[in-house]
Design a binder for this molecule. Structure first.
Ligand code: CA
Length: 227
C-alpha cells in the first residue's frame, strides 16, 4: 500500500513516514501544496494524509478540492490543528473522507487509514445518480443529462430524499418527516404541490426522457424504476 503525506512541518512528516514505513507502507512526502497536488494527481496512492494548514496560496482544503475536481477518489485523511466543527465540516465538504485532530496518537492514525482503505472506492463520490439525473449534495448542483436545473432549497431537499430512496415507494408522511422540520406549516396538499414543482423542473422539460417521478396511488411516490 502506498501513502502520500502532504505536510509542511518536516518533523511531523518525517515521523509519520518512519512510522508508516515501519508498518510496511510505501510513503512519499510532499512538504508543500504544489508538490502535494502534483504527486496526488500524477502518482497512484491508496490513501493521502493531508495537513489542513499549509503555507502558500493553497491550504489543505484547496488541495483536497483540486484532487477531487480531477476525479481522483483516493481516500483522504485530513490533519487539523483546530478542534472546530466548521473546520471539520469544511474538510469533509471539500472531499476529505475523515479527519484527525493534532496532536494524535500514531495508532489512531493507523486505525483510521486502514478503515479508509477498506471502504469501496465507489462510495467516495457523494454525487447521487438516478438514470440521467444527478445531484451533488455539496455543490447543490442538479443536472439532467448535461442541463443544469435550478431548484429552491425545499425542492432540492425533497429531490435529495427521493434520490436517496430511488426505486422504492415513499409515503407522504415519510417525505414530510424527512424534508420538513418539526415546526413547519404543512397543509394537506403541501407534498403534492412540491411534487408538482419538481415534475415541472426535472420531468416536463425533458420530453425525450422517461418521467422519473411516479405517483403510486394510495401509497406515495417513487423516483426512478421500481427495484
Ligand atoms: Ca502544517
Amino acid at each position: 500500500m502506498r501513502i502520500l503525506i502532504v505536510e509542511d512541518e518536516h518533523k511531523i512528516a518525517n515521523a509519520l513516514k518512519r512510522g508508516l514505513e515501519h508498518e510496511a507502507f510505501a510513503v512519499d512526502v510532499a512538504y508543500d501544496s504544489d508538490e502535494g497536488l502534483s504527486y496526488a494527481t500524477t502518482e497512484t496512492y491508496d490513501a493521502i494524509i493531508l495537513d489542513r494548514m499549509l503555507p502558500g496560496e493553497r491550504d489543505g482544503i484547496a488541495v483536497c478540492e483540486e484532487i477531487r475536481a480531477k476525479k481522483i477518489h483516493t481516500p483522504i485523511l485530513m490533519l487539523t490543528a483546530r478542534d472546530q466543527v466548521s473546520d471539520r465540516v469544511a474538510g469533509l465538504n471539500a472531499g476529505a473522507d475523515d479527519y484527525l485532530i493534532k496532536p494524535f496518537a500514531f495508532e489512531e492514525l493507523l486505525a483510521r487509514l486502514y478503515a479508509l482503505m477498506r471502504r469501496p472506492q465507489a462510495t467516495q463520490d457523494t454525487t447521487l445518480k438516478v438514470d440521467d439525473l444527478t445531484l451533488n449534495p455539496v455543490t447543490f448542483e442538479v443536472q439532467r443529462g448535461d442541463k443544469y436545473i435550478n431548484l429552491s432549497r425545499k425542492e432540492f431537499s425533497l429531490l435529495q430524499f427521493l434520490m436517496r430512496n430511488s426505486g422504492i415507494v415513499v409515503s407522504k408522511d415519510s417525505i414530510i418527516s424527512h424534508v420538513w422540520n418539526f415546526d413547519a406549516d404543512i397543509l394537506p396538499n403541501t407534498v403534492e404541490v412540491y411534487m408538482g414543482y419538481l415534475r415541472q423542473k426535472i420531468d416536463k422539460p425533458f420530453p425525450d426522457s422517461a418521467d422519473l417521478i411516479q405517483t403510486v396511488r394510495g401509497f406515495g411516490y417513487r423516483l426512478g424504476q421500481r427495484q
